[in-house]
Design a binder for this molecule. Structure first.
Ligand code: 13P
Length: 392
């Protein structure tokens, strides 16, 4: 099944009364386990990549693997930047394959949160990518991720949520109603009345961070009160650590025993939570009701004019640098024709994140600067075609 649009997946979840799990991957074992767990539950799934975890892995490499894994998954998959710090992080994540991003400025005062989130929304919407913002603050208490979320809990105010959604135009809203990141010390006290009031006041799907440690009953009541995306990580990490510790035996077995044990427990917990979230068994209906994610190949075949002869290599270098920096551009490759008598001796292969990204690319100032000052004056003989990439 293909990579799917996240806005459609969450719309489907909301209409059908379930939540899609968003599980943070921290390596390729987690990545394949998350997808395997969703497959065994027959559930749509979001594979998340938290910017705070980027010190543990090579993000472009893991995201590249995630794109491959998503395309051959038997369930609908979306790829998401979790806890993105701002505009540059969002541009980078979309470049590497994310089709949904979080702008997490929830630790900032309201107006600064709005400004940071709004900047991400403007860029991301121009290239067709939906954005999650967070209002209120979900702190960390204990466990691996607690240190990444310092500070006190701040509950989301329903009135501020209305303003935040209107002023930022976010597609999904993460709210603080009593959950925490990381391990729980006691049972969480969830403010479900607050959650219901926020759900009634805003029209966008709601997101809960800090799924770990909540009872199944609490998770179900969050969904019943309007939550359609549930973020879940620490439990996977703790289960993985325990499984690896039990399986690793430096004398009689190598590290692959630990890797296999991690894959098995992470997949099992993902499958279990997909059942709790009500997402199990929804993949066929989600596939039918949601649009696949569609990239575009922008192909420009051309010949350098005679007056560019000594500068062509420099013009090509400038083109690569300028075009790759444009938001929504995923890859820029230059081809030299194999045969001397080819009608066009050069081609730009520019992979764009989406159909919307094609429009944004054509209007982007950095692209226009290169096109108008360098490329078009020296490559009058050219042919441009955009292709939607059709997923198998
Ligand atoms: P937990 O680690 O508490 O499950 O929270 C995960 C999360 O919210 C990631 O954004």
């Amino acid at each position: 099944m293909p990579l799917m649009r996240l806005d459609d997946l969450l719309k489907h979840a909301r209409a059908e009364g379930y939540a899609v799990g968003a599980y943070d991957a921290v390596d390729s074992t987690f990545l394949s386990a998350i997808i395997a767990g969703a497959e065994s539950a027959d559930a749509p799934v979001i594979v998340s990549f938290a910017e705070s975890h980027f010190t543990h892995y090579d993000f472009p490499v893991l995201m590249g693997a995630a794109v491959v894994a998503a395309r051959r998954a038997r369930v609908p998959v979306a790829l998401f930047l979790d806890h993105g710090k701002g505009l540059d992080s969002a541009i980078d994540a979309i470049r590497h394959g994310a089709n949904g991003v979080m702008a997490d400025a929830s630790h900032l005062p309201f107006e600064e949160n709005v400004a940071t989130t709004r900047a991400v929304v403007e860029m991301a919407h121009a290239v067709g990518v939906p954005v999650e913002g967070e209002l209120g603050y979900v702190p960390g208490v204990e466990g691996e991720d607690a240190v990444l979320h310092p500070g006190e809990m701040q509950m989301t105010s329903p009135a501020e949520a209305v303003r935040f959604v209107a002023e930022t135009d976010v597609d999904f809203l993460a709210v603080s109603i009593g959950t925490i990141h990381g391990r729980m010390r006691d049972e969480s006290q969830l403010d479900l009345d607050r959650l219901a009031a926020i759900a009634a006041a805003v029209s966008v799907p709601l997101v809960i961070h800090g799924g770990t440690g909540l009872t199944d009953e609490q998770l179900r009541s969050l969904i019943a009160h309007g939550v359609t995306k549930l973020n879940y990580y620490t439990a996977l990490s703790d289960l993985a650590a325990a499984a690896a510790a039990a399986a690793l035996d430096p004398v009689n077995a190598g590290c692959t025993a630990g890797i296999d044990a991690v894959r098995a427990v992470v997949a099992a917990e993902v499958a279990r939570t997909c059942e709790v979230f009500g997402a199990a068994g929804q993949s066929t209906a989600a596939l039918a009701g949601c649009r696949p994610w569609q990239e575009v190949e922008h192909l420009v075949q051309f010949n350098w004019s005679a007056d560019a002869a000594g500068s062509a290599a420099d013009f090509e270098r400038q083109g690569r640098a300028a075009l790759l920096a444009v938001p929504g551009v995923r890859d820029v490759q230059l081809g030299h024709a194999l045969r001397e008598d080819a009608r066009y001796r050069r081609a730009w292969f520019i992979r764009l994140a989406s159909c919307e990204a094609e429009g944004a690319y054509m209007a982007d100032p950095a692209h226009l600067k290169y096109a108008d000052a360098v490329f078009r004056p020296h490559a009058g003989d050219r042919l441009k075609i955009d292709y939607r990439i059709v997923q198998a």
